[in-house]
Design a protein. Structure first.
Length: 593
């Protein structure tokens, strides 16, 4: 009985001892997790945090060697952060060294190390024969792993793996938070860069200076040594390096090379496919020509297209003489800058085309002025002389004329009159467009000027067999207008109405006083206008089509002159018409304020 009791008592004590040891272990776990949380919140450096975390891994699992290996940006190598108590040195592993372990680690599986050769890769000073790697994956990307080896007693058990999983979970959370913080910082930096680029694009009208400023800003933001715009030249179908390139020696014209779009170069490919290109090492990438890499002295290369409205107009290139200097984040920022730059480049090109068009327009305008000067001097003077002699012949000043001779001379006189009117219209319109014609407003009796115009056109109306009448009140408010130009408008409208009204038709000149303006109308029973013709009738050189109108063609400037003169008086002109039933032309002149 005593032995039995003694044995039972001894068993209970051992159980209590084990429970106590386990409790102490859990307390140490909690203390470790508390310290880890505190360190994460304090914003300590990454190396210090992971060295502490590795120290907790070594202490809680009783291993001699523990270290976190984290992937470096740029070259993809993994550098170690061992526990301070760990029997190992700092190690840098190139990406190629993990080739045998990478697939399982990237899949999220732990990798057991049973070979001393494998363990020595991670812990060169250790003599361990057993170890394990636990991955750290953030958003599906292997960012690092925890390596432990040489358990002091026995081997790692499930409780050890539970602890290590807790610690790697904390490591992943830390890396995730750092990634989010870096992403936030990058986005803020991108916004600042884009704001500065946008300011440059808006501030400088000179395209070359603008692109140079943008290239410099992009190079600074990306850490690039050279940055340049290559714009498409349609005449030669080439991408041409702009002289505003950043990082290229000024005056070195050989560096401003041209690339045929058809050639399968990096720039030609990006231009054709409209897709960006990121090259880690240009000397090893077949998509890059050795000539351009050597010419600009780059290893890292980034090329993004300048696209606007679905059309590629060039590319933006950035390079660095060391490999692996650009990331997808850099490519994204360059793409955003390219979107802004494409708009400015296209606008600048359109502006240049407009300037060239304006230059050509001025040249043609000068030619037109020279031509009209020639017309006024070399044609109008001889025409006046011929017209005078024809008039003398018709009056019998050179003797009696036979009926046939008088008929032919009458036809000549009418033709000369039409030619003179055409030349007058050309000269008047040219003077109005050039701003040479200035109005000389004065008080005008509207009734007098309207009736005077009707009387002057009565002979033409009788000769053509058209009835010309008026519907004008006995009195109308006085106008302030240029009487000569007002009469010119009336003459053009009445002449036009008589021209397009067949024999037996009727033309009526009428006027009415509104509250703020005098409205004058010329109504005829002529051929009328279609809707499409009414929209164009006041355009210069426009002529109504049709069998009848072909017989009475003019300069196509009379109504355009009317419109210009009425609008210069502050009025408006319009037409109402029905094909085959005639037209009603109206214009208004405002009363004096």
């Amino acid at each position: 009985m005593p032995r039995s009791g003694s044995g039972g008592s001894s068993f209970t004590a051992q159980e209590l001892k084990n429970a106590n040891l386990q409790l102490v272990h859990y307390v140490r776990e909690l203390e470790a997790l508390y310290e880890i949380t505190a360190v994460m919140s304090s914003g300590r450096e990454r190396g210090d945090f992971f060295a502490r975390l590795a120290g907790h891994a070594a202490a809680l699992t009783e291993v001699r060697c523990a270290a976190f290996f984290l992937r470096r940006e740029g070259d993809g190598a993994f550098d170690s952060h061992p526990a301070k108590s760990s029997a190992t040195a700092t190690v840098l592993l190139p990406a190629e060294a993990l080739e045998n372990f990478h697939r399982r680690l990237a899949a999220g599986d732990r990798q057991v190390l049973r070979s001393s050769k494998d363990i020595k890769l991670f812990f060169p000073r250790g003599g361990s024969t057993a170890g394990v790697l636990l991955p750290l994956t953030v958003e599906g990307v292997l960012e690092g792993f925890l390596a432990v080896a040489d358990k002091r007693k026995n081997s790692l058990d499930e409780d050890d793996f539970r602890v290590l999983s807790l610690l790697t979970g904390q490591a992943v959370e830390y890396l995730t938070n750092r990634r989010l913080a870096r992403e936030k910082e990058r986005r803020l930096k991108d916004l600042v860069v884009l704001h500065e680029v946008h300011s440059l694009l808006d501030a400088e009208p000179d395209l070359s200076k603008t692109l140079r400023g943008v290239a410099k800003k992009v190079a600074e933001a990306l850490g690039a040594e050279v940055c340049a715009f290559l714009l498409h030249e349609e005449a030669t179908n080439e991408l041409v390096t702009q002289p505003c390139a950043w990082g290229l020696p000024e005056g070195e014209r050989s560096l401003l090379y041209r690339v045929q779009v058809e050639a399968r170069t990096s720039s030609g490919r990006v231009f054709t496919d409209k897709k960006p290109l990121l090259v880690e090492d240009a000397l090893r990438d077949p998509r890059v020509t050795a000539r351009s890499a050597k010419l600009w002295n780059y290893r890292s290369l980034m090329v993004v297209p300048l696209v606007i409205g679905g059309k590629c107009i060039g590319v933006l290139r950035a390079g660095h003489n060391r490999p692996g200097m650009f990331s997808s984040d850099h490519l994204r920022l360059a793409g955003l800058v390219a979107e802004h730059a494409a708009v400015v480049v296209e606008n600048a090109r359109l502006y240049r085309r407009v300037q060239e068009d304006m230059k050509e327009f001025r040249r043609l305008s000068d030619l037109k002025t020279d031509f009209l000067s020639m017309v006024s001097h070399d044609l109008l003077s001889p025409l006046s002389s011929v017209q005078g002699f024809v008039s003398l012949l018709l009056k019998g000043e050179a003797g009696d004329l036979a009926p046939r001779q008088a008929e032919f001379l009458g036809i000549c006189a009418k033709a000369l009159q039409r030619v003179t009117l055409l030349i007058d219209d050309l000269l008047d319109h040219s003077r109005i467009e050039a701003g040479v014609v200035k109005l000389c407003p004065e008080p005008v009796d509207a009734v007098d000027i309207l009736e005077s115009a009707r009387r002057d056109h009565e002979p033409s109306a009788r000769e053509k067999g058209v009835e010309l009448s008026s519907n004008i009140p006995g009195s109308l408010p006085r106008l302030t207008a240029d009487p000569q130009r007002l009469r010119q408008v009336l003459d053009n409208l009445l002449r036009n109405a008589l021209k397009f009204t067949p024999k037996g038709g009727r033309v009526v000149l009428s006027a009415r006083a509104g509250k703020k303006e005098l409205v004058v109308s010329v109504t005829d029973t002529g051929i009328g206008l279609s809707v499409e013709e009414m929209e164009k009738i006041f355009e210069k050189y426009y002529q109504v089509e049709g069998a009848y109108s072909k017989r009475v063609r003019g300069s196509g400037l009379g109504l355009a002159i009317c419109k210009s003169l009425v609008e210069r008086h502050g009025g408006r002109i319009w037409v109402e018409s029905t094909p085959g039933e005639g037209s009603r032309f109206h214009f208004s002149i405002p009363f004096p304020a």
